[in-house]
Write a protein that binds this ligand. Structure first.
Ligand code: TMP
Length: 211
């Protein structure tokens, strides 16, 4: 990637891992290091993608099957990339996204059992060769995460209402993804205190992407 281009950093993990807090902390850190930074999220992060988000995160768990979900997530993702992420990176901004395509692999692939090769093909079709420069996977036990998430959710309960074994598969999926792509991914212990997690993320940023 050319020096004049920005960077794309993704935060991933199961329910209640504290990603949104850490996205805000990471944005501050990147700005103190002198870069323009935007924080965004998936599903969502662009007007059309936020409309798709509502379809995905509200309502009963059985509203969609895994294939439809994967297609909706990739549709939202393409819109997010086209209107938010890629223009920002092209002008030199750093973009921090609360979730990206590893979530589709973990939730729809490992969680719902959709063929991972098919998800890879959907990635190629909708995203192409573009990849995050760094992915931080916030890992914590499923019961801890679900308890945290339950205490603060409004209407966005569709995924949380899926059974515990679904969420265990998602967690194992994220750890598998990290193990398979250690150059891009760093696993962070999300049971630690907020400041300690932020420090671990800052260290990963310095080590992997320089200052
Ligand atoms: P959030 O709660 O982190 O904002 O994410 C919304 C839900 O969407 C969360 O339960 C995980 C789920 N999700 C997927 O299942 N697949 C995806 O590709 C993405 C981006 C999110």
């Amino acid at each position: 990637m050319r020096e004049t281009q920005g960077r794309f950093i993704t935060l991933e993990g199961g329910e209640g891992a504290g990603k949104s807090t850490q996205v805000a902390r990471l944005k501050e850190l990147i700005e103190t290091r002198g870069h323009e930074c935007i924080a965004t999220r998936e599903p969502g992060g662009a007007p059309g993608a936020e409309m798709v988000r509502k379809l995905l995160v509200e309502g009963p768990a059985e509203r969609w099957d895994g294939v439809t979900e994967a297609l909706l997530h990739f549709a939202a993702r393409r819109e997010h990339l086209r209107t938010t992420v890629l223009p920002a990176i092209a002008r030199g901004a750093w973009v921090v996204s609360d979730r990206f395509a590893d979530s589709t692999m973990a939730y729809q692939g490992y969680g719902h059992g959709i063929d991972r090769a098919i998800l890879g093909t959907l990635y190629d079709i909708t995203v192409g060769a573009f990849r995050p420069d760094l992915t931080l996977i916030l890992d914590l036990p499923v019961d801890t995460g679900l308890a945290r998430a339950a205490s603060r959710r409004g209407k966005e309960t569709r995924y949380e209402s899926l059974p515990l074994d679904f969420h265990e598969r998602v967690r194992a999926g994220f750890l598998d993804i990290a193990a398979a792509d250690p150059e891009r991914c760093v696993v962070i212990d999300a049971t630690a205190a907020i400041d300690d997690i932020a420090r671990a993320i800052g260290d990963a940023l310095s080590t992997r992407l320089g200052s």
